[in-house]
Design a protein around this ligand. Structure first.
Ligand code: NDP
Length: 337
């Protein structure tokens, strides 16, 4: 039998455990061109909150009753496609379930060099590529510039900051606890990391960026963006990657309409804000994965996983991720010892 978690109802605000349901169904038969994968690892990512909403977005929403969306890594159990053999490790959009039947063309084989399969869901997969392409194409950091990145200990932010340091920039991270800040500055090697819960974040950020901000890699928005905004330099670049502080919001924040201030700064400082989705840069994936893997294997990129045990842990894992309770890339071990 296949164990899977469906979206039982659409959340309003923060998702709750009752929005999810575990069920058991038979494993489907294979058609030509498909592979059946026994999943070992499931990735939990902030975008999943967006899929649970029916608000217009770049991707179609889940319907109530659908298996929750998500990437998985597992081993091919049966194949009806010549490109894949039994036993091979693959990554694909296997969803929240123990077994997936996937179109072979939608699967990617894991590199034999990969030290642990779950890395293909994080630094050596979608989040790592997100950091790489967002920084390369939109951030375009130059030596000596100041780069600020929020959610700095997370899957995307940790890679952004390390790559920006390697590009010769001053890198300021922003994270949500003292322990995360210590990890970001001491282990990841950012120049500074500030706690966004500090009441004087704006002043601390100003002190940490004496020459202003040239690249702000936007992962969260909200009060962190408020602190960043006045410090943006002329011609600053802002890759808009994610807005996690809004994902559970049910309405607009109260307060005056500050659109004129934003638009005036965009005009007078000639700012570049560009939203992107990692799949906009499919042609860059091979280059990005190769570069990230080489750096990781050489020990020049550090990375931390937040491992949860068993499929049942996934709903609370997503709820916690959206509240910043994770410390590193969240993966679910679907076959815990
Ligand atoms: P993380 O591993 O960084 O986990 C999310 C983190 O967001 C939390 O740990 C928390 O860190 C932070 N956070 C949550 N709520 C808030 C808040 N209200 N204010 C400030 N920080 C908050 O996740 P990812 O690295 O996977 O994702 C980071 C961002 O990148 C997300 O916005 C995601 O949607 C986006 N993304 C976009 C992609 C694209 O193609 N455009 C692809 C992949 C990710 P802390 O405790 O430090 O605040």
């Amino acid at each position: 039998m296949n164990r899977q978690i469906i979206m039982k109802s659409r959340p309003v605000g923060a998702p709750q455990p009752h929005n999810f349901e575990l069920r058991e169904v038979p494993i489907p038969e294979l058609a030509a061109g498909e592979v059946r994968v026994e999943n070992h690892w499931l990735s939990l990512d902030p975008y999943m909150r967006g899929r649970m909403s029916d608000a217009p977005s770049y991707s179609a929403p889940l319907e109530v009753g659908d298996v929750m969306e998500g990437e998985t890594v597992g081993r091919v159990q049966a194949s009806r496609d010549a490109r894949f053999a039994e036993g091979e490790w693959v990554v694909g959009r296997g969803r929240w379930q123990t077994h997936s039947v996937l179109e072979a063309g939608q699967c990617r084989k894991l590199s034999p060099q990969i030290p642990k399969p779950s890395l293909a869901l994080g630094i050596l997969g979608m989040p790592g590529v997100t950091a790489y392409v967002g920084l390369k194409h939109i951030g375009q950091p130059k030596p000596g510039e100041t780069v600020v990145v929020a959610a700095a200990s997370g899957a995307v932010g940790a890679v952004v900051g390390q790559l920006a340091r390697q590009a010769g920039c001053r890198v300021v991270g922003i994270a949500g606890t003292e322990a995360k800040c210590q990890y970001v500055s001491e282990t990841l090697g950012f120049d500074v990391c500030l706690n966004h819960r500090a009441p004087d974040l704006a002043r601390q950020l100003k002190d940490a960026c004496p020459e202003g901000i040239d690249v702000y890699f936007e992962n969260v928005s909200g009060p962190v963006f408020e602190a960043v905004f006045p410090l943006l330099n002329d011609f600053a670049r802002i890759p808009v990657c994610g807005l996690i502080s809004f994902y559970n919001a049910t309405g607009l924040p109260s307060g005056p309409d500050r659109t004129p201030l934003l638009m005036r700064a965009i005009l007078t400082k000639r700012l570049t804000f560009r939203g992107f989705i990692v799949t906009d840069f499919l042609a860059d994936w091979p280059e990005a994965l190769q570069a990230l893997e080489a750096a990781f294997v050489a020990g020049t990129l550090q990375y931390q996983e937040h491992v949860l045990s068993g499929l049942e842990a996934a709903p609370q894992g997503l709820i916690d991720l959206l509240e910043g309770k994770n410390f590193g890339k969240v993966v679910v071990d679907l076959k815990p010892a």
